[in-house]
Design a protein around this ligand. Structure first.
Ligand code: MG
Length: 228
């Protein structure tokens, strides 16, 4: 069972489900534009899940998995994301009551094996391996919601080897936190222990072994990760 820690207490938070929202920042969607046309803006949230083995609260190294003696990918990419931590579960939660279900927030990175994801998308196959591999989702300490101001107006950044690659604001999210909670609770139901990755701004980039990653969201905190 994987757990997260809190910034201001020694409590532990046991993670149950890891929901992820894709394509939630317009500038990131445009990174997938091709000569054939613009990538589509979704009408409802794009949702996928990760196993709890994706979480790494106390470790700092992320590596491409090796299978049969070979790395399974050669295109590991970064996606810094605001993580919403659910403290109270429910079904069919209305958008106007949704924020009552939030316990706090954290900084997360949705590491992605882009070549595997692109190939799966092209074949119309699921892309769990591209997103849910072991240690694909480091998450910072949780900050309780009372300790921060508006979660939808926070600077969100990621640096690779000290160079800023992602620099956005959570106000740019297409689907708002309360709508995402409403939507997920209507389809899946939400439980205490669930966490939600809410999508990434532009600036995805190919990472290499030895790279150092610093992810940061104002008022919430920082994550320092090394690529192995
Ligand atoms: Mg993502």
């Amino acid at each position: 069972m994987d757990h997260l820690r809190f910034r201001s207490s020694s409590d532990k938070f046991v993670v149950r489900n890891i929901f992820c929202i894709g394509k939630n920042y317009l500038d990131h969607i445009k990174e997938f534009d091709t000569p054939a046309g613009a990538a589509e803006v979704p009408k409802t949230p794009v949702v996928f899940l990760k196993p709890t083995s994706a979480i790494m609260a106390d470790r700092v190294m992320v590596s491409i998995p090796v299978y049969n003696g070979k790395p399974i990918s050669n295109d590991l990419q970064n996606e810094v994301e605001l993580v919403v931590v659910i403290g109270k579960g429910g079904f069919d939660i209305t958008a106007d009551r949704a924020m009552e279900h939030v316990l706090g927030y954290a900084v997360g990175i949705d590491f992605t094996l882009r070549d595997i994801q692109s190939e799966a998308k092209a074949k119309g196959l699921p892309w769990e391996i591209a997103k849910g591999f072991r240690s694909s989702s480091p998450v910072s300490e949780i900050v309780r919601k009372e300790e921060i101001g508006d979660p939808e107006n926070l600077g969100i950044r990621l640096k690779v080897n000290g160079v800023t690659k992602q620099d956005g604001n959570t106000s740019q999210m297409i689907f708002r936190i309360n709508y995402i909670i409403h939507y997920l609770s209507s389809i899946f139901g939400l439980s205490e222990g669930d966490i939600i990755f809410t999508g990434t701004p532009a600036g995805i980039t190919k990472l290499n072994p030895g790279d150092t990653i610093e992810a940061e969201i104002d008022s919430i905190g920082k994550l320092n990760i090394k690529i192995g």
